[in-house]
Design a protein around this ligand. Structure first.
Ligand code: BG6
Ligand code: MG
Length: 212
């Protein structure tokens, strides 16, 4: 088995929990459309792009919208989400994240972000982790969202590493699928631990130190 030289982290749900903020922002849109949208429905949006998230939300009700109307709603949702992101502080990074990244850095492991979000950089800034990574691949740099492998392949390329030398840390089923499609082994955390394709499962990020 190839030596682990790089770790590519999904952001939302792995390093910081933003799902309640996504939920709050999507709930406002759903309410306006008369669609019932539960926290369980919100879990289906994990790892998928903003526009795909909107399509999932719309599939819950009898609402038909034009492409232009969808774009307007997605923009309104994001405006609200960005307002909510103002609440994030360095204390919102998940427990043990800062310390774990630091130990792995000392071990000489390269580390990157591989996120579907177009808000990855502002989120990293708010939680004080923007400078903690050697590379960032995110929703602003890719054209196909998870489960497409593009974001992880791009992150590996930016690290200058072969996919087989990288592992991915993911909380979303779509993300584990993307890692497998990229030819990378995957550490599953949270919901993704139920995915049978994950190589390892962990309950909290510091357990990553037992994997590497
Ligand atoms: C992912 C989240 O990280 O980013 C998804 O898990 C979200 O729930 C996606 O839809 C896109 O986020 P953004 O910030 O570009 O709307
Ligand atoms: Mg995630």
């Amino acid at each position: 088995m190839s030596k682990i030289k790089g770790i590519i982290y999904d952001l939302d749900g792995v390093l910081v929990h933003t799902d309640n903020l996504h939920f709050e922002a999507w709930s406002g849109i759903a309410e306006r459309l008369g669609i019932t949208f539960t926290a369980e429905d919100n879990n289906r949006l994990r790892g998928v792009s903003r526009m795909e998230s909107l399509d999932i939300l719309l599939s819950l009700g009898p609402v038909e919208l034009s492409a232009e109307e969808k774009l307007t709603l997605a923009t309104e949702k994001n405006d609200e989400y960005v307002r909510l992101l103002d609440r994030l502080t360095p204390g919102d990074a998940d427990p043990g994240v800062v310390e774990t990244l630091e130990v792995l850095w000392q071990w000489g492991i390269k580390q990157a972000i591989g996120s579907s979000s177009k808000n990855a950089v502002p989120i990293l800034k708010r939680i004080g982790l923007l400078d903690a990574f050697d590379a960032i691949a995110d929703g602003t740099t890719i054209s196909a969202s998870k489960p497409d492998p593009e974001v992880f392949l791009q992150a590996a390329e930016k690290l200058g590493l072969a996919p087989a030398d990288c592992i991915v840390v993911e909380d979303a089923f779509a993300g584990v699928d993307a890692a497998i499609a990229a030819g990378m082994r995957c550490v599953a955390i949270g919901d993704a631990t139920a995915h049978e394709g994950a190589t390892w499962t962990i309950q909290a990020l510091p357990e990553l130190l037992n994997v590497v």
